[in-house]
Design a binder for this molecule. Structure first.
Ligand code: BGC
Length: 540
């Protein structure tokens, strides 16, 4: 019988298709490349893949600006390739989650091309249009995440349009019922093709405040980058009005009603609001909205047991029916092996500990391509930058190219086996040394650990669906129980490079048989080596 809740506790491997595997020597990864590597993906022990956008796009934001929601961009392949990808993945029992970018389109999408023409066409209200102030300035103070004002002047209409991201990514007007219907029809196109779910990009950005009220200023001490650069004026405001509007909750219900017609499909909303954890809870409440929420809370520079404990605990305290999805890395932030490094260098033991820690948190998890190889952030020279965000904010913020460089497959091959031609972003030399072929034959590698850990995790009911209960341990030790009716597991992690000990509650433990456990528990004293982990069954 089909398990419609396969996604609870699942490990979702994120593929950034441009940089995964090139099959036709144009320097850009593609769908055939993913198909060729499905056996590798299977060997990792993940349940699903989430593939970043591969739809027709002018690629101003590398696929997050879509000009045709129902077609594949030729650089990635064809609809037939996609059908093959689904059936080949399903043959291997791998689920396919695709990205849906609903809040905005490309400015080359036919809807926008029509909408911008005049104020009377059929699509005139499909985007967020507003008159200038009497002095010609934009209608309000809203800002774009990628820097500068969120309004672009359109001479044909003598009006401004809203773009929360790039100028080339105009925001759709979700207050218009026809827009919601058209968007959901596009989503259904992919459900009919047999996808298992969606990662919903910037889903709390669909609606804007109809009155276009100004966002209030944020005090200097509270301005911090959450997935955006610290020197970005976007941090200077509370984003009360340009996103996360109450109407969005009803739209989440509309999405869920559609998915419920395709049993076993799942929605994972990317949420970035003033209080992302609260919004994750609201957007997944009552069993009639999204299944899972995903936020940037563990994608920041905050690396401490306290921060992780408080973040997870806070979500646990507000989330009801919903299911969390955690990630330490993705295509928008510095690679975690660098971001959370203690001394600026990649440390394999820390990488392994982070795999185990992420895989032990309650909820589902997204693991980004290359995390299994312990890839650090790649250095990309200014001349080679592709990301417009990085180009704008260079040199303080170098953008997102350093986490998007191609995956190294074979150390000795040209471009580490990613492509026979010059790749769209350079393959890092440091990455080539950590290529899949090298790591696959080394039982001590981060890749071997990842595979062994996920295999073991798959057999632990408590890690898949158990509750989480934190144990009060001092920094830098993070410890918790995961509990189902049949199993209680103690999970403990040392986030530092020096040996640590902590006091545990007095319960009988049986240490789990798992690679690279560096801890011991004797009586109620837990000792953990540098970046060590300890897992034990609690015996009742
Ligand atoms: C995606 C980014 C993208 C943005 C605009 C995000 O949250 O993850 O890569 O630039 O949405 O679509």
């Amino acid at each position: 019988m089909a398990n419609n809740e396969w996604w609870k506790g699942a490990v979702i491997y994120q593929i950034y298709p441009r940089s995964f595997q090139d099959s036709n020597a144009d320097g850009i990864g593609d769908l055939q490349g993913i198909i060729q590597r499905l056996d590798y993906i299977k060997s990792l022990g993940v349940d699903a893949v989430w593939i970043s956008p591969f739809f027709k796009s002018p690629m101003k934001d590398f696929g997050y600006d879509i000009s045709d929601y129902r077609d594949i961009d030729p650089m990635f392949g064809t609809l037939d390739d996609f059908d093959t990808l689904i059936s080949e993945a399903h043959n291997r029992d791998i689920k396919i989650i695709i990205d849906q970018v609903l809040s905005h389109t490309s400015n080359q999408h036919p809807w926008f091309v029509e909408s911008r023409e005049d104020k009377t066409n059929d699509k005139a209200d499909w985007y967020v249009w507003a008159d200038a102030n009497p002095d010609g300035s934009p209608p309000n103070n809203w800002l774009s995440i990628f820097g500068g004002v969120a309004w672009q002047w359109e001479p044909r209409r003598c009006q401004y349009y809203l773009h929360n991201f790039l100028t080339e990514q105009p925001d759709l007007n979700f207050h218009h019922p026809e827009v919601r219907k058209a968007v959901l029809d596009n989503v259904e196109f992919w459900l009919k093709k047999g996808v298992d779910g969606f990662r919903l990009d910037a889903i709390n950005f669909c609606f804007h405040d109809k009155q276009l009220r100004d966002n209030p200023a944020k005090p200097i001490e509270l301005r911090q980058g959450r997935g955006f650069s610290e020197d970005n004026p976007y941090a200077f405001q509370y984003h009360y009005y340009n996103n996360t509007q109450p109407e969005n909750l009803l739209f989440m219900e509309e999405i869920r009603a559609l998915l419920d017609r395709y049993p076993g499909t799942v929605s994972l909303g990317e949420i970035s609001s003033e209080d992302s954890l609260q919004t994750m809870a609201e957007y997944t409440a009552d069993g009639n909205k999204l299944h899972m929420g995903y936020s940037f809370e563990l994608l920041t520079n905050d690396y401490s047991a306290k921060y992780i404990r408080e973040t997870v605990s806070r979500l646990e305290s507000v989330m009801t029916e919903g299911w969390p999805c955690w990630a330490f890395a993705n295509h928008d932030v510095e690679r975690v092996a660098s971001r959370w490094s203690i001394d600026g260098k990649v440390n394999d033991t820390q990488v392994k500990m982070l795999t185990a820690l992420l895989g032990s948190l309650r909820g589902s998890v997204c693991m980004y391509q290359g995390e299994e190889l312990g890839l650090g952030e790649a250095a990309v020279a200014f001349e080679e930058l592709q990301d417009p965000y990085g180009i704008t904010f260079w040199p303080n913020f170098k953008g997102r190219d350093g986490c998007r460089t191609p995956l190294p497959w074979t150390k000795a091959k040209t471009n580490a086996g990613f492509s026979e031609s010059k790749p769209w972003l350079p393959v890092s030399e440091a990455h080539a040394l950590r290529a899949v072929d090298e790591q696959a034959v080394d039982s001590n590698s981060t890749l071997s650990y990842y595979q062994a850990f996920l295999q073991w995790r798959n057999a632990q009911p408590a890690l898949k669906t158990g509750d989480i209960e934190f144990i009060d341990t001092p920094e830098p030790v993070l410890a918790f129980y995961r509990k189902t009716q049949t199993q209680t597991l103690l999970c403990a992690f040392n986030l530092a490079a020096t040996q640590q000990s902590a006091t545990l509650p007095e319960v009988a433990l049986r240490q789990c048989e798992l690679k690279h456990l560096s801890g011991t528990a004797s009586a109620n004293v837990l000792t953990l080596g540098a970046f060590g982990c300890y897992f034990a069954e609690v015996l009742s």
